[in-house]
Design a protein. Structure first.
Length: 536
């Protein structure tokens, strides 16, 4: 009876798809309803998000952020993969760029402290001193790596052309009997007599037994798991043992779980933020954490309730997520956040402790005035084009003419016995000069001037540039406010100093867009004087 029940359970998404009913709209409606209830009723007392706080562990390159995280529990080092390559953060917070071959896709620490980095430019092994070495998963092939998994001294590698296993990162063995194409995800877990390797290919789950008793890996064949799943999305990740289950599959909007081998799969649909898609799930601090592009979610169990994590992780896109040694690490924007127990005691008036900055609307106005991107610029060009129809076309012309005549008449006469020759000459000239001015009007330009098309094109470019500038200033402004909130609750002088420097850096960025107006206005606002309304 197990097979019919499994088939009935996992055929349900197919029936919904046949009727044209999509899962995403229902999830968005459910998430929106949950958000409204939270706003009206407030978060329940003792909820998990109130027990966990987030602090900044490091600042990441602002232009890219992080795509992958790995934590070495033995040394306390944190590896961060971004668009430029790999950064390694030491236990004392110092950051070093150990690989400039990006973007990074996945990271994993080995037992000896070396780091494996799967990037779009290849697979690298980086020793503890930061020296990278290129690895090739198979002789004569240089396959692009996608994901990594490490367990019991073995490494599983998912590539765009199959999956491979190794015990020393030098000799690789291909997993046979997998369908052709990219391997989306790979996972390793202990099994009787060795390890079990799980791989996702074309939305199908495959399992292979890996014996570790022999000195070298022999042929490894994979067997397709009985998913019988027709969910409209393809799985993104494999998480063995999630929340006590046998294995879990992560989809962009759902989780599929199997309680034990051979048991039917069940589908769990967390209440994601509207339009959000999940890309990583981890377990830590006694709860589950789900990373999405609209914020970090947490839940005490797989079935929920799923809620947004505490700020600032709960409302910003999470680029990477990892859990290790009783902490959860999240790459959020330009910062690496680490979880910490929330402080007990009466709440502080943190907002009252923040410095008084000019309102964001004033900052926007100052930036547009400094960069000459206000609406007056386009309006002035439009007025100029309309007024051009009143101006005539001036044509200035002239001519210069000079005529000269010369004539010679010759005659002969016989007078008094002599022959005489008579010559009559005449010279003459005349000048004829003129100059003229012509004024002409094209009355059709008063109705529609052809250059209005150029003005419309210029206006669109100005609007796009203005939107980019305002978006950048908004991010700088509220990122500074978030840093100041964290500064008000800094746990140590070192952390307070780091946050002060970060706040000063963000203020300098706003000054660059406003010509120094922001700092002057902040000082004048703090002193009680009316701020200068225009940048200098």
């Amino acid at each position: 009876m197990a097979n019919p029940r499994r088939g009935e359970h996992l055929r349900a998404p197919t029936r919904r798809a046949a009727r044209g009913t999509s899962l995403a709209p229902r999830l968005r409606m459910r998430a929106a309803s949950l958000a409204i209830l939270v706003l009206i009723l407030g978060r329940p007392a003792g909820a998990g998000a109130e027990e966990i706080a987030w602090r900044r562990s490091a600042e990441l390159p602002r232009a890219a952020g992080a795509f992958a995280l790995a934590v070495d529990a033995a040394s306390g080092r944190i590896a961060v993969g971004d668009a430029s390559g790999v950064l390694v953060l030491a236990a004392d917070g110092r950051a070093a760029r150990v690989l400039r071959r990006g973007p990074a896709r996945d990271l994993a620490f080995l037992a000896g402290g070396d780091l494996l980095a799967a990037t779009e430019q290849g697979l690298y092994r980086i020793d503890a001193a930061g020296r990278p070495r290129r690895l090739v998963p198979a002789p004569g092939a240089d396959r692009v790596p996608l994901r990594l998994a490490v367990a019991e001294g073995a490494v599983a590698l998912a590539t765009e052309d199959g999956a491979f296993l190794t015990r020393d990162t030098e000799r690789w063995q291909r997993i046979a009997d997998l369908p052709s194409g990219p391997v989306t995800a790979v996972a390793l877990r202990p099994a009787p007599g060795g390890l079990e390797c799980l791989a996702l290919v074309r939305g199908e789950l495959h399992a292979a037994r890996v014996p570790l008793a022999a000195q070298e890996l022999g042929p490894i064949a994979a067997v397709r798991e009985d998913l019988a799943q027709a969910f409209r999305e393809e799985a993104l990740d494999i998480v063995p043992g999630l929340a006590g289950t046998d294995v879990a599959l992560l989809f962009p909007s759902a989780l599929a779980l199997r309680e034990r081998p051979g048991a039917p799969w069940r589908l769990v649909e967390p209440a994601l933020p509207p339009g959000a898609q999940a890309h990583r799930v981890v377990e830590g601090l006694g709860r589950l954490w789900l990373a999405t592009d609209r914020g970090l979610l947490e839940a005490p169990a797989v079935d929920g309730p799923w809620r947004a994590a505490a700020e600032p992780a709960g409302t910003q896109a999470v680029g990477a997520l990892a859990a290790a040694e009783g902490s959860v690490y999240a790459a959020v924007g330009a910062a690496l956040l680490v979880s910490a127990p929330a402080r007990s005691g009466p709440p502080r008036g943190v907002l009252a402790e923040l410095p008084v900055d000019p309102p964001i609307e004033r900052v926007h106005q100052a930036a547009l005035a400094y960069l000459d991107l206000g609406p007056e610029r386009v309006a002035e060009m439009r007025r100029g084009v309309m007024q051009r129809g009143l101006l005539p076309t001036l044509a200035l012309g002239g001519s210069l003419a000079r005529d000269r005549d010369a004539g010679v008449n010759v005659d002969e006469a016989f007078t008094a016995g002599e022959l005489r020759r008579l010559v009559d000459r005449d010279d003459g000239h005349s000048d004829d000069n003129e100059i003229g001015v012509t004024l002409s009007w094209d009355l059709a330009d008063l109705v529609y001037h052809p250059e209005q098309i150029d003005i419309s094109h210029e206006a669109r470019e100005v609007i796009e540039l203005r939107d980019d500038v305002l978006d950048e200033i908004t991010q700088l402004y509220f990122e500074r406010r978030r840093v100041l909130v964290e500064l008000a609750g800094a746990a140590s002088p070192a952390e307070a100093l780091r946050l002060q420097l970060r706040a000063a850096e963000l203020a300098a960025g706003i000054d660059a867009w406003t010509g120094g107006w922001f700092s002057r206005a902040a000082r004048e606002t703090a002193s009680g004087a009316p701020p200068d309304p225009t940048p200098r």
